[in-house]
Ligand binder design. Sequence first.
Ligand code: P6P
Length: 329
Amino acid sequence: MAEGLDFKNPVGTTLDRFIMENQSDFPFATGELSQLLRDIAFAAKIVNKEINRAGLSDIVGAMGNKNVQGEDQQRLDVIADFRFTQALTQGGEVCALVSEEVDDIIYTGQNEAKYVVAMDPLDGSSNIDVNVAIGTIFSIYRRKSALGEKPTMEDVLQKGTEQIAAGYILYGSSTMLVYTTGFGVNGFTYEPSLGEFFLSHPNMKTPETGRLYSINEGNYDDFEDQLKAYIQLCRDRKYSGRYIGSLVADFHRNMMKGGMYVYPATKGSPKGKLRLIYECNALGFIIEQAGGLATDGKSRILEIQPTELHQRVPYYVGSKKMVEESMGL
Ligand code: P6P
């Protein structure tokens, strides 16, 4: 064999192969969830391509209108929403969708499908035009209504504990897809030249504590005394403040290195800014599978019973000891 070349290591496990090899985690698995995960990965590849060339085509900037959150809708927000909605509708495995970009439930017409997906197609909009990492967040539930019927609000307003899968795509210095089906967290890195996601971060775990905290301290005066005290503790311990303004990017770095992200109630966002169904629950499932914790500052985020599609909650997520300490435990 040529000196120094190591052909022993295969190119790597593709996402497709990994999904197939782990399908047996699901008793009675008949392949629909595997296909659904593939459909998400397919849309992610398309969105990744469009993000990577956004500055070269007329798809940056704002649409000039506001989304259901009252936020300026960016062109790439709308494109990402279209791509994921199209892929999941045509994939045939999803009967209903909830998207940050759409006021009401999206009925795919696939009433025989057994899954429901809640998603933030592109989070971190304010960073799109300045070339900072952004992300997609998704959460997958099994429908409660009978197959063949039109999906109901009960199908989409499920507790985070009911999720059967959740994940995110991080369009950063490299593009990664990270997901869990309740059997640990695995990360895949995209190789554009091959058009494949390869297993690069098997069985991800987050350190029990860390020295990074992510919060918009511009809102400091609005914070509850308990949170102010915790921030002072971080300063006294010379922790590092790291706040990208893209939840997925902050979450991913904190999960890997140990750290905590907080978006508490503020005067501008009295119930917090982040959305329970398609941001907090998805990342909450992932962080718990990685050994961390996610709360609303008082209780476990996955136990909250949603009452509205775009419901906001205060959000504390990351290394278990940091989240507990920030809550005064
Ligand atoms: P602020 C992006 O719009 C987002 O939802 C998160 O990705 C990010 O962490 C947060 O809002 C930034 O909000 O109010 O600090 O600019």
